[in-house]
Design a protein around this ligand. Sequence first.
Ligand SMILES: C[S@@+](CC[C@H](N)C(=O)[O-])C[C@H]1O[C@@H](n2cnc3c(N)ncnc32)[C@H](O)[C@@H]1O
Length: 218
Amino acid sequence: MQPFAAAELVEERVDTPAGEFLVRRPRDPASLISEESFGEDEYLPYWAERWPASERLCRTLPADLAGERVLELGCGLGVPSLCCARRGAEVLATDWSGDAIELLRANAAHNKVGLEARRVDWRYPTEVLARAPFDLVLAADVCYERRNVAPLAALLRALGAPVLLADPGRAPAGELVGELAADFTVDEAGPWVRRLSPRAAPARDERQQCASGTGPAR
Ligand SMILES: C[S@@+](CC[C@H](N)C(=O)[O-])C[C@H]1O[C@@H](n2cnc3c(N)ncnc32)[C@H](O)[C@@H]1O
């Protein structure tokens, strides 16, 4: 595996409804693949790609987010988080990849945008639950494997906040929405993007049950 720090970065102009960002990312994400990490937890460096769902999500963000507390799950390059921060939100961007978090911090500074980025595995969400409540939760293309459905459903239920879920139509994302149908109303916020609105605030013990330790380092 090529260490992230040694990977060649490219800088791209990313146009969003919140304006332009200069985003650096690895030129060749495949070079970051490690047999060791994959063998351990089927980890692949998906964080390093620009996914179209993230772009769609940016188009559905509220124009005024001043003072709103926003959480992004599986943020990867974190463009929606950058947009929200520029629009005045207090943003916590999370991913299980330490490399993604390190690069997002650098990209936020490079674009003079203030946000907090933390390594959090959504299967071990103690830290984000301790920081709840959030006004808005963002998730772009996070449900691409069936193994993601149960932990994400448990976490979103425990957070009990409105969610913008962007997805290109992957089957596990449909399963996630189905799992949450009893607790959230679902409507279309835009192409590829569903808005999930909680029917009621989560019970305190639901948050406690969902919180369970710290995830492995990536
Ligand atoms: C397909 S990428 C999407 C990235 C970004 N949201 C976007 O749309 O550009 C999926 C993201 O989920 C992250 N991820 C996968 N499993 C995770 C887990 N258990 N906890 C937190 N993040 C995870 C990956 O590192 C990656 O950044």
